[in-house]
Design a protein around this ligand. Structure first.
Ligand code: ADP
Ligand code: MG
Length: 312
């Protein structure tokens, strides 16, 4: 059992909880220090996919580096699993793909995975079983004996994810895993992220590809200029921007589309249409895409949306 947060009466288990994180970079002697994280707080619920969004320079990579002990925050608290601070035991439960990973060009794909498996103290047999399964899932099995130096950007990104998953971590942290990939590559990475979550693992990943994020993330953490703009369910955020309802029906062999803002009005319209003998074949809420919501939120900086935190 991990951290238990009681949020608005719901029980929610967190694998990662960040509280009031501050980070300043010293730029140069003459210039002012640069505040990159300004009191950032959020948590990553267990067994879910949480997308970490924000424009370029919002502070995503800095936050991830602080979380993983790769840079030292000015202040704040970072807790993993059952309220543990980062330690070797905690690190063993985490898989990580950095924004700009380094790949050893003279190793083959399989040797690369064996290397990371050994670092995680896995047995040879376990390494082979896990590598084979990951390479197959990521459509890399045929290239397992090819040198990484000959891998394409997409293949490298996929082998990087396999490296992060080789030791079966409980928490997977990926910094821009889909960046620079074609739709095919993004599909494989989305699928492995969803698959990993289905096994009860937790995934926290940053991305600026909002279409992909919308498809696979149940939760979102959105940063804007070093501050939290939204933390909560993707569905809840999209609902906030819902503009009405749409009904597709046919009456007297003619197809119609009815658009209304109010659900109650739509309900009485549906009853009326059914009495007239209409056939209803689609009813849906009209929602903007995450991309549209993100742009809207970014323009409206004053608003802080959060189920958990209001007016941070
Ligand atoms: N080592 C560093 N020294 C000084 N400034 C940095 C350093 N790393 C990042 N920054 C600055 O911090 C801000 C946030 O960067 P980053 O965390 O990489 O953002 P993101 O990942 O959201 O694009 C940017 O303005 C970037 O230039
Ligand atoms: Mg980054």
């Amino acid at each position: 059992m991990y951290l238990i947060d009681i949020i608005l009466g719901e029980t929610c288990l967190s694998v990662l909880k960040i509280s009031d994180l501050h980070k300043t970079y010293k730029t140069s002697f003459y210039k002012k220090n640069k505040k990159v994280l300004n009191g950032l707080s959020f948590s990553v619920p267990e067994g879910t996919v949480t997308g970490f969004l924000g424009g370029n320079g919002a502070g995503k990579t800095t936050a991830i580096k602080c979380i993983l002990d790769l840079c030292i925050p000015d202040s704040g608290e970072i807790l993993f699993f059952d309220k543990k601070k980062i330690s070797l035991a905690v690190k063993e439960k985490i898989g990580f793909l950095p924004e700009r990973p380094y790949f050893y060009n003279y190793l083959t794909g399989l040797e690369f995975l064996k290397f990371y498996g050994k670092l995680s103290k896995m047995s040879n047999q376990n390494i082979i079983i896990k590598s084979t399964s990951l390479l197959k899932k990521l459509d890399l099995y045929h290239y397992k004996d090819q040198l990484l130096g000959s891998y394409s950007k997409g293949m490298l990104q996929k082998i990087g994810i396999a490296q992060a998953l080789i030791h079966d971590p409980d928490l997977l942290i990926l910094d821009e895993p889909m960046s620079g990939l074609d739709p095919d590559g993004r599909h494989y990475i989305s699928e492995i992220i969803k698959d990993t979550a289905k096994k009860g693992k937790s995934i926290f990943f940053s991305s600026h590809l909002l279409d992909d994020v919308e498809k696979i993330s149940q939760n979102l953490v959105i940063l804007k200029e070093s501050k939290l703009l939204y933390e909560g369910q993707t569905e809840e955020l999209l609902k906030t921007y819902q503009s009405g309802y749409e009904l597709h029906y046919s009456l007297n062999s003619e197809k119609h589309i009815l658009k209304l803002k109010e659900l109650s009005l739509m309900q009485s319209k549906i009853e009326e249409l059914i009495k007239k003998g209409a056939i209803i074949f689609e009813f849906k809420a009209v929602r903007p895409s995450l991309e549209e919501v993100f742009v809207n939120m970014a323009l409206n900086t004053q608003q802080t949306h959060s189920k958990h935190i209001v007016n941070k």
